[in-house]
Design a protein around this ligand. Sequence first.
Ligand code: SF4
Length: 222
Amino acid sequence: MMEKEVLKSLEFQLQEGLAWGMDRVSRGKESCEELLKDLRAEIGDCTRCVLCKGRTNIVFGVGNPKAQLMFVGEGPGADEDLKGEPFVGRAGQLLTKMIEAMGLKRSDVYIGNIVKCRPPNNRNPEPDEIAACMPFLKKQIEVINPEVLVCLGKFAAQTLLQTETPISKLRGEFQNYGDIKLMPTYHPAFLLRNPNMKKAVWEDLKMVMKVLGLRVGENHKS
Ligand code: SF4
């Protein structure tokens, strides 16, 4: 290739790169909201896996489309299925308290799940159900592009990290999900059964707060 052509090609690549970068940087809350709406429309009245048969509502996800902090759980339970919103039952109320203890509101963060329809009797989702639903969560994460992802419980952590390491070993240390920091911690439902583990979760959340530049201190009420 002639020197002139090489220069032209490099110039083109640079412009493309800058344009892409600008798009990522300048993508505002409205456009993220639109992209999430488009994604919800793409899911439609989904029948891509058998979980569609027992659901009342698809539980898409809720919160700030430009959240710096995103929580991912396993799947909707009975309350969530009825309301169409993640984490609204007893475990959800505890999650809300955890968010508030961090000095944030529920509306500041984004909350989603690995699968968007309730597995019967709250069983774990099957691999084919996860495979069918995960592309949607991945797109949500891509659009929101949070600084930190908090995986609530073994199932979310192991699925996003593609590992079988127990949550007791994963928690307390940041992992990477692409270029996003991922903190695995215990699920609020587990904390309802094991309140003595709340301290460990608070330690994990304090590490998250540090990354997000939130003040650790007076917010916490156990
Ligand atoms: S769990 Fe996901 S893939 Fe399965 S039916 Fe519901 S939305 Fe579709």
